[in-house]
Design a protein around this ligand. Structure first.
Ligand SMILES: Nc1ncnc2c1ncn2[C@@H]1O[C@H](COP(=O)(O)OP(=O)(O)OP(=O)(O)O)[C@@H](O)[C@H]1O
Ligand SMILES: Nc1nc2c(ncn2[C@@H]2O[C@H](COP(=O)(O)O)[C@@H](O)[C@H]2O)c(=O)[nH]1
Length: 201
């Protein structure tokens, strides 16, 4: 069976990664969201197993020692990690998967799984990014500062990505990510054609 494709979406906190990914997944039953494990506390409305698997620090560290993660990183003082089995079970079944993870994690995934397709989401400006985070109002002031101050370092890594989307208009950004997924799927289809034509009969 043909393997699924692994898409990694990154970008500074508040740029709209979650908003874009959730809409893309809603419209495509062959694409799944990789639910990460985190030690961060749930925000209002976040559901265990849908948005994250929320775990205590000791539980997360046990998962590290059991080698359960494809990648993990400390982001804004909390641990976040992608479960290896969760991802490879889907890929092996031919299903596509999207990871919404930071740049440290994304580059580690690429180093271990070179077929991964990296997509970076840019804000139209840092000022707009700041106001999106402030309007979302999910972080306290010191947490908010950490996220805003971390934005430049994340954006510097965009150069290593396969695709860049500017999220100035949410619907357009959703459409851009859908197009990238479509184009990457077409590339696999082309490979199938090449394989058939190479067959000896
Ligand atoms: N194009 C857009 N224009 C205006 N607001 C937007 C746009 N895209 C997303 N938003 C809003 O910006 C806020 C941040 O979006 P979202 O939570 O999806 O970001 P994120 O990149 O997933 O953040 P984090 O990494 O912190 O989880 C949300 O309130 C969302 O509704
Ligand atoms: N390296 C990883 N980064 C992850 C993972 N899951 C989420 N994230 C990134 O963390 C920040 C903060 O997320 P938030 O939900 O607290 O706003 C954001 O950049 C996410 O992309 C993961 O498994 N590994």
């Amino acid at each position: 069976m043909r393997k699924g494709k692994l898409f990694v979406v990154s970008g500074p906190s508040g740029v709209g990664k979650g908003s874009i990914c959730s809409e893309v997944i809603k419209g495509d039953e062959n694409i799944n969201f990789s639910v990460s494990v985190t030690t961060r506390l749930p925000r209002a409305g976040e559901i265990e197993g849908i948005h994250y698997f929320f775990r205590k620090k000791e539980e997360f560290e046990n998962l590290i020692s059991e080698n359960s993660f494809l990648e993990y990183a400390k982001v804004f003082d909390n641990y976040y990690g992608t479960l290896k089995d969760y991802v490879f079970e889907k890929l092996d079944k031919g299903e596509n998967i999207i990871l919404d993870i930071d740049t440290q994690g994304a580059l580690n995934v690429k180093a271990n799984y070179s077929e991964a397709i990296l997509v970076f989401i840019l804000p139209p400006s840092l000022d707009e990014l700041k106001s999106r985070l402030m309007n979302r109002a999910t972080e306290n002031e010191s947490e908010l500062k950490k996220r805003i101050n971390g934005a430049r370092a994340e954006i510097k890594k965009a150069i290593n990505y396969d695709y860049i989307i500017i999220n100035d208009d949410l619907n357009k950004a959703i459409c851009d990510l859908k197009t990238i997924i479509y184009v990457e799927k077409l590339k696999t289809d082309k490979k199938v054609i090449e394989n058939i034509l190479e067959e000896e009969i």
